[in-house]
Design a protein around this ligand. Structure first.
Ligand SMILES: [Zn+2]
Length: 185
């Protein structure tokens, strides 16, 4: 964990919560993902941060809104634009628990957050390096973000795996909702 900025004299043995760290904000995104899990949605959560403050929060609501575009990142980006009052998210960081898909990577290009931090990679459908890297594709899509990954990746992946395991069990019980097949990683 990045400890730059702690006041001197901090007891290194005591647990420290750095309210400005990537781990803290990813923890907040994970809280959103757990809301999705509780609602029977693929558990992905996102927050957008500017100047050390969370300006939007969202969780995947594809089933609830009956909208295939209602990924956590899309909802969080839209809400952040409203908070900022601009379609460009200069100086903002998007935290999302799973690597963004190609749609969300496209939205990131258009909304222009400065940084994107994600939890677990998605080797099947991730568009930030897992499958392809849309954020580093070059002209004419010339917005490049700083990218960080692997923050609370185990927790994010565990939540997804638990969700899909339960969904498979439901398939076996012949009660598939249809929600779980699309995005399994
Ligand atoms: Zn997406």
């Amino acid at each position: 964990m990045d400890r730059v900025g702690y006041p001197s004299g901090v007891d290194e043995q005591s647990p420290i919560i750095d309210l400005f760290s990537d781990t803290y904000f990813m923890g907040q995104a994970l809280r959103e993902a757990r809301k999705a899990f509780a609602a029977g949605e693929v558990p992905v959560g996102a927050v957008v941060v500017r100047d050390g403050k969370i300006i939007s929060r969202a969780w995947n609501q594809v089933e609830m809104l009956r909208d295939g575009t209602a990924h956590a990142e899309m909802l969080a980006l839209t809400s952040a634009e409203q908070a900022v009052g601009d379609r460009r998210l200069d100086g903002c960081t998007l935290y999302v628990t799973k690597e963004p898909c190609i749609m969300c990577a496209g939205a990131i290009i258009l909304c222009r957050p400065q940084r994107v931090v994600f939890g677990c990679p998605d080797p099947k459908a991730g568009a930030v390096g897992g499958w392809i890297n849309v954020l580093d594709i070059g002209p004419p899509l010339n917005h490049r973000c700083e990218i960080a990954s692997g923050i609370l990746a185990d927790e994010s992946l565990h939540l997804l795996q638990t969700f899909f395991r339960a969904a498979r069990d439901r398939v076996k019980a012949n009660r598939l909702t249809g929600a779980a097949e699309d995005e399994e990683i």
